[in-house]
Design a protein. Structure first.
Length: 171
């Protein structure tokens, strides 16, 4: 199951994230067939943009949709893709993941998922400002960028800590 939410105050957060990226000690990732122009994935420092995203209220929406009172963020990072960049199918070592599309000029470059049961690719049809929430074990990828478009995402891995009793209202 993939949940799509809209981030409140996207334009303000976008501006602050892009300023952070300009000043960050980000590096390129070139592994196997993956090519990502900029990322702070391996930077263990505190990420200022996480505070902005939390303030947006998105985790309240996530908590409501997942029936939990507590979420623990394990890891957060940005990735910026330029022409010919891609991130092939992979999974994350966590319970849940989210992807926030900071910059996405064309939804054909939005994250794609692989349905292991049906053996087919699922297009997310996300747009700039959307947040996708999904089980971290679902294979997903960033398709190759075929033009001068720049795509920027923030990804987070998180754990759900317990269930909210509201889930019992559906029994």
């Amino acid at each position: 199951m993939i949940t799509k939410l809209r981030l409140n105050h996207h334009l303000q957060i976008k501006e602050s994230v892009l300023k952070y990226i300009e000043k960050s000690n980000s590096v390129s990732i070139l592994e196997k067939q993956d090519k990502i122009s900029l990322s702070d994935y391996n930077d263990g420092s505190k990420k200022e943009y996480v505070k902005d995203i939390i303030k947006s209220g998105i985790f309240n929406e996530i908590s409501n949709s997942l029936f939990t009172n507590e979420i623990k963020i394990n890891h957060a990072w940005f990735q910026q893709y330029h022409e010919n960049d891609r991130h092939n199918f992979h999974i994350h070592d966590s319970m849940m993941s989210l992807i926030y599309f900071v910059e996405l000029n064309d939804s054909k470059y939005a994250t794609e998922f692989f349905d292991v049961k049906e053996r087919k690719i699922i297009k997310s049809n996300a747009t700039e400002g959307d947040v996708l929430i999904f089980n971290s074990s679902v294979p997903h990828r960033s398709p190759i960028i075929l033009d001068k478009t720049r795509k920027t995402i923030i990804s987070m891995n998180f754990e759900i800590i317990g269930l909210d009793s509201r889930i019992n209202d559906f029994i």
